[in-house]
Design a protein around this ligand. Structure first.
Ligand SMILES: *Cc1c(COP(=O)(O)O)cnc(C)c1O
Length: 461
């Protein structure tokens, strides 16, 4: 162990000094703290030597898998040459130039400029300022309202959490900030089962249309959405949803912000989720898979249409971060994108591991505990229900069974995440067929364990 500290020592020091994100500290016991010691490929090892399959790719980000020395070497070389310099005052450097060009190359046509930050959250805050400034520059300063969706996740800063639609987050810190309106999400399993999915997809899209009409198009700046909601529970919209949203956006003069923090960099089988769904964003939020989490970096990909207005009428945009375009982070991202390209990981998700895993994952839908199994690319969810004959029924309290199943999964050697009473999956894009088989077997065991425990507690049927 590092500095010869035992696992118990580490847990005690963690409890004494470390505030964890998204954690109820009062409820977090010592023994629940798992110390992750190292990782390689899709595997994690904890400080007690247990091997765990990383079904969440860290936190939806380690697209190329753990332990890539090539990225480590690229960062080491960059740091010994130029570890840090800013990009504020008419300065630039090679890593940020090369990364900008690479991102423009893989981005959809007509998106060629990139603004960098350190995370998805700060990128969404940047976008919020950019869209409002854009309309000021266009001589339409009353266009300020941004429409977002309930149960969306766009990050944890004041702006990003306001754009997000998480009620628990809004209840802390006086959110949302003014000028943000939330509309319904396309969550068929959660709230649309009285319609068929296609009908519900169109219905959910029209929530956007109704909101624009109610607010007045002349007051609406933009609509922000994830192609597939990640943290909200891997909500894969019905096939009719995005075409209808596209129609609504086309008929109206508002900007579209596509939050690609999870869907970007291959996760849905294209470089970006907007390509999977044929969308034309004015802004893309990027982070996570941009560097596969090796170093923190995020950014905003800006369309030519928007960039032109900033160039021609902008003057100075009073916005930037000390670490915008950080050289070492850019070097990590470049090496990461080179791996994705060379190993054809995007195609691999679309034509190989994606279909292979999906076939087996969807078959888990037969399990008596599963009300719906869904997967797109390498994003999956299993909805757990008390009574398979009526999938509108929920466990009470909501969330208790998801957490139970998640804990069984971890104990069985597979990291999945629980959202409400669903299990969520987002493995590295490098997952092999053998590892996929193991993942499915572990998930099966987890469902059986959860089923047996619920039966024991008399909570089924
Ligand atoms: C994770 C996430 C963010 C926030 O990114 P951070 O790097 O954690 O700030 C934003 N949008 C989406 C869709 C995300 O999943």
């Amino acid at each position: 162990m590092l500095h010869n500290l035992s696992t118990d020592d580490l847990r005690a020091l963690d409890a004494a000094h470390h505030l964890h994100p998204f954690t109820d500290h009062g409820a977090l016991t010592l023994s629940e703290r798992r110390v992750i010691a190292r990782a390689d490929g899709v595997w994690l090892w904890d400080s007690e030597g247990n091997r765990i399959l990383d079904g969440m790719a860290g936190l939806w980000c380690v697209n190329v898998g753990h332990g890539r020395n090539e990225i480590v070497e690229a960062v080491r070389a960059q740091m010994s040459e130029l570890a840090y310099y800013n990009t504020f005052f008419k300065t630039t450097h090679e890593p940020v130039i090369r990364l900008s060009q690479m991102v423009a190359e893989i981005a959809p046509e007509g998106m060629n400029m990139v603004f960098f930050g350190s995370s998805g959250s700060d990128a969404n805050d940047t976008i919020l300022r950019m869209v409002r400034t854009y309309w000021d520059l266009m001589g339409k300063p009353h266009k300020k309202t941004v429409i977002a969706r309930h149960n969306a996740y766009h990050g944890s800063t004041m702006g990003a959490a306001s754009l997000g639609g998480m009620t628990a987050m809004h209840s802390q810190g006086g959110l949302p900030i003014p000028g943000i309106v939330h509309v319904d999400q396309p969550y068929w399993f959660g709230s649309g089962q009285d319609m068929d999915p296609d009908q519900f997809g169109r219905h959910a899209a029209r929530a956007l249309e109704n909101a624009i009409d109610a607010i007045g198009e002349e007051h609406v700046a933009a609509f922000i959405a994830e192609p597939i909601q990640g943290a909200g529970g891997v909500i894969i919209p019905p096939e009719t949803y995005w075409p209808e949203v596209k129609r609504i956006l086309k008929e109206r003069d508002i900007l579209f912000i596509c939050d690609e923090v999870i869907c970007g960099f291959g996760r849905t089988g294209e470089w970006f989720g907007c390509q999977t769904y044929g969308l034309d964003p004015d802004f893309m939020t990027i982070a996570k898979g941009l560097s596969s989490g090796y170093l923190p970096i995020g950014g905003v990909v800006v369309s030519d249409k928007v960039a032109k207005v900033f160039h021609e009428r902008g003057g100075e945009f009073y916005h930037g971060y000390t670490y915008s375009g950080h050289p070492a982070c850019c070097a990590a991202a470049i090496a990461n994108l080179e791996i994705i390209r060379r190993e054809k990981l995007v195609e691999r998700v679309r034509t190989d591991i994606g279909p292979y895993l999906a076939e087996r994952w969807l078959a888990l839908g037969e399990h008596p505990l599963v009300g719906e199994a869904r997967m797109k690319g390498l994003l999956g969810a299993l909805e757990l229900v008390p009574d398979k004959s009526d999938t509108t029924k929920r466990f009470s309290p909501v969330g208790s069974v998801g957490t139970l199943a998640r804990d069984f999964s971890f104990a069985n050697g597979l990291v999945m995440r629980a959202v409400r009473d669903s299990l969520i999956l987002s493995p590295p894009l490098t997952l092999s067929h053998e590892e996929a088989d193991e993942l499915i077997a572990l998930t099966h065991k987890t469902l059986d364990d959860t089923w047996a425990e619920l039966k024991r507690q008399g909570r089924l049927g």
